[in-house]
Design a binder for this molecule. Structure first.
Ligand SMILES: Cc1cc2nc3c(=O)[nH]c(=O)nc-3n(C[C@H](O)[C@H](O)[C@H](O)COP(=O)(O)OP(=O)(O)OC[C@H]3O[C@@H](n4cnc5c(N)ncnc54)[C@H](O)[C@@H]3O)c2cc1C
Length: 470
């Protein structure tokens, strides 16, 4: 039987059930669709990565004599036309991850079934597909720890599938050229540092996993919070585009000889990704709206100048600024710094988590709707299982604790490169608190935009008013 394999968030050949099964049943037409109805974000780091990922996938398909057919338009119409014109017996795909994508799945399924073509979906993105995670005693899980305890005790993911040995080809249309989609950076090329930092594609993902397990997994629990250390896997962008599957990662990590506590800590982080997907499955409004409804009335400030300074890494707080500049330069930011930068925006600047989440979505190479919204809501205190609102990260203390020698800050905030360690996270102190740093050190680095203590108190008061009836 001839099939279409519709590639979505599973841009790889190995452990790809839709591709594996379709290729065993007969010839395959591999298709990727750029559907403008789903593409509401501005082009940015994510698109840069996606373009690299599609090129890498096409290169792999070419070794089997196939070409990835790129098409643009409404997915359901494109799939229907292809199925009708090419006498296709089935369309195989991974199911949608977001509420919008799931609505699209229903449309595709309806239209194809009208033509007698089954739409067959198989999950490839999670250890347990969110729709198959049994609910807790009182409904869908709301708190991570019991969710993960439950999943971990039952979890034995199936073995990853190999890449198909042979894939026969359905001759199809030529499709569009990626160069014509405008996803590559224009001149001047803003993606230079990204290109030096990352390599999209399945081969790079598998290499990164090998390297992480061989060199970094031992010590992961101890080092993961220190942004200057190369202490985490950096697999998130590969996972976001499905260049690697969580069960491939699971298999490699559980078979490694690293200490159990490092392995378990790492698997727990993958668990947070599963938890975010579970939350989104049961709370489709979560991308836009706080899970704790009381926060609908929180008096967020307008974005204004504070937001601009935060985005540009010019708030005057070195750890926040280093993180925000790293984001713009590379499309990445370590988890600890994401938490501190997000807390600063929401609690010290009083700007809504939704503004921050939108900026991250535009700039992260690993943007994942569920993980991004769940993490922002966790930091803002408006998620079902979140840091309590009164837990406000202090960017100075966090910097001193997690970047004590300032290696991370110095890398991304060159104005502070020569400042002595003891002033690094509070550069305004160098002149005895006058606010002016002597030119020798950091004349171009800004003074703090807000007072940490006053803004913290204001946030706590706003929250208290919110939670006090009447
Ligand atoms: C405000 C904020 C926004 C975030 N937005 C995203 C996002 O859009 N996409 C994204 O993948 N992660 C997001 N995260 C989670 C986390 O910061 C990144 O997954 C992590 O930094 C990726 O680096 P790594 O691959 O080296 O992680 P590792 O420490 O090596 O972890 C392994 C994998 O576990 C998963 N993971 C780790 N921490 C989390 C977490 N807290 N939530 C969900 N999954 C996690 C990731 O898939 C990661 O690749 C966000 C965190 C915060 C605080």
């Amino acid at each position: 039987m001839r099939s279409i394999v519709w590639f979505r968030h599973n841009l790889r050949l190995s452990d790809n059930p839709p591709l594996y099964h379709a290729s065993r049943e007969g010839p395959v037409l591999p298709v990727y669709i750029w559907d403008p109805s789903l593409d509401t974000l501005p082009d940015g780091a994510r698109k840069w990565w996606l373009a690299g990922s599609l090129r890498a996938l096409n290169g792999q398909l070419e070794t089997h004599g196939l070409t990835l057919v790129l098409l643009r338009g409404p997915s359901e119409e494109i799939l229907f036309r292809l199925a009708r014109d090419l006498q296709i017996g089935a369309v195989h795909a991974a199911p949608g991850r977001t509420p919008e994508e799931r609505r699209l799945d229903l449309k595709v399924s309806r239209i194809l079934s009208g033509a007698g073509v089954p739409f067959l979906t198989e999950s490839t993105d999670y250890l347990i597909a969110p729709e198959f995670v049994p609910e807790g005693r009182s409904g869908p899980w709301k708190v991570f720890t019991p969710f993960w305890r439950f999943c971990r005790s039952r979890l034995s993911p199936d073995s990853p599938l190999p890449a198909p040995a042979k894939i026969a080809k359905v001759p199809g249309p030529r499709g569009e050229r990626l160069e014509d989609w405008g996803w590559d950076p224009p001149v001047p090329d803003w993606a230079q540092t990204m290109r030096r930092t990352w390599r999209p594609g399945e081969a790079a993902a598998l290499e990164r996993l090998e390297l992480f397990v061989a060199e970094t997994l031992a010590g992961y629990g101890r080092r993961r919070d220190f942004p200057a250390e190369d202490g985490t896997s950096k697999l998130s962008p590969h996972l976001a585009q499905g260049e690697i599957s969580p069960r491939q990662i699971w298999r490699k990590v559980t078979e490694s000889k690293a200490l159990e506590k490092d392995r378990e800590k790492f698997l727990e982080e993958l668990g947070w990704r599963e938890f975010a997907a579970h939350l989104l499955r049961h709370n489709p409004e979560m991308l836009e709206s706080p899970l704790r409804k009381i926060f609908l009335n929180y008096p967020w400030k307008a974005e204004g100048r504070g937001f601009e300074l935060w985005k540009r890494g010019m708030t005057g707080f070195p750890l926040v600024d280093a993180g925000m500049r790293e984001l713009r330069l590379t499309g990445g930011m370590p988890n600890r710094v994401r938490m501190v930068a997000a807390s600063f925006l929401v609690k010290n600047l009083g700007i809504s988590w939704r503004s921050g989440a939108a900026w991250f979505a535009e700039n992260l190479v690993d943007y994942d709707p569920a993980s991004n919204a769940a993490s922002w809501q966790w930091v803002a205190g408006c998620g079902t299982d979140s840091a309590p609102f009164f837990r406000i990260f202090n960017p100075v203390l966090q910097g001193e604790r997690y970047d004590p020698r300032g290696e991370y800050v110095r890398k991304f905030v060159p104005e502070l490169a020569r400042i002595p360690d003891r002033y690094l996270h509070r550069p305004w102190m160098i002149s005895g608190g006058s606010g002016n740093c002597p030119g020798d050190f950091s004349s171009s680095y800004p003074d703090p935009f807000v007072d940490l203590k006053t803004s913290r108190i204001a946030a706590l008061q706003a929250f208290r008013r919110l939670s006090t009836p009447g």
